[in-house]
Design a protein around this ligand. Sequence first.
Ligand code: ATP
Ligand code: MG
Length: 340
Amino acid sequence: APLQDSDLKNIAELGMGNGGSVMKVEHVSSGVVMAKKIVLIDAKPSVRKQILRELRIMHACSSPFIVSSFGAYLSEPNICICMEFMDKGSFDSIYKIIGSQGKPGEAIAGPIPIGIVRQLAKRVLGGLVYLYEQMGVLHRDIKPSNILLNSEGEVKLCDFGVSGELENSVAKTFVGTSVYMSPERIQGSDYSVKSDVWSVGITLIELAHGCFPFADSEVDEDTPIDSAALTPISSLPSSLASAQRHSRRKSRGVSLHGGVGTLSILELMHHIVREPPPTLITPSVPPSLEFAEEAAQFVDHCLKKDPGERMNPRDLLGMSWMNDEGRGEELTLKAWAGTL
Ligand code: ATP
Ligand code: MG
């Protein structure tokens, strides 16, 4: 029988995103613990049914790198998506927790060991290859909060783009706009699996540095961004135009580390399109963080600004950094997950 609210008992709230919230729940009759994502949608009944049909693709996924699905149902005015519960949560909270160790109560991000980032990269790319080659879908929203860990040391992707109608109907402000977006997507060009690869590159730097990249941008307090020089709203893709309206209304910004001030989301997007891509090895990163050349090159291949030059997930998996051999002393994901 299809799932419904009365089958599930709430245990705890796991987190809240732009488009909804996620609850830890128990399926009462079976005792199975699940994560229930509640998405407020703004759509006609026919579209709601279409969304449920599209979400069935999730059900058909079977990969060690993809969070499994127990099914989705309507609970007006929401859509609920029940998925595998990942007990160590998502990598955004994981690196923020690491950073706060030693300084109680202070939520400063901390770096994730590069050997762990390497093993995560392998699984994330494995997930992308699976989604792309077996299911014919792009992920479209790769970022630390959509990469989950459990105490078995498994790393899995969630929140991938199986439902175009869901994407269109989510009642949130930044529909389809994210600071992990590739330059070609920001510019409204056609995009492909290479756009997911860009987001992987940004995510790897963020986890290895323990903070969002674009920190050593040209932007500083002495040279404020000339907002008059920004592209007029009418010539931007619609997702960006709504971001610009949003940023004007609420002037919400993305903080850059190193005390260089704040960029609005639109300014950051202009920066991504115009400036050279971020790199793993940068002068602003503490010398305690050392990265091998093969790791830096791998990230560079993810972050080519021209998608034609960027590598695809399958070829990246063939690079030397993805080869496990000769890394004997490396901490396993399972052992590391046990320390969290
Ligand atoms: P955004 O809305 O911008 O995509 P987000 O990914 O953080 O941000 P949600 O997808 O609503 O927002 O998820 C909220 C939080 O719930 C996540 O950050 C994650 O920590 C937690 N979460 C999501 N799915 C699971 C799961 N299957 N198991 C455990 N925790 C989960
Ligand atoms: Mg998410």
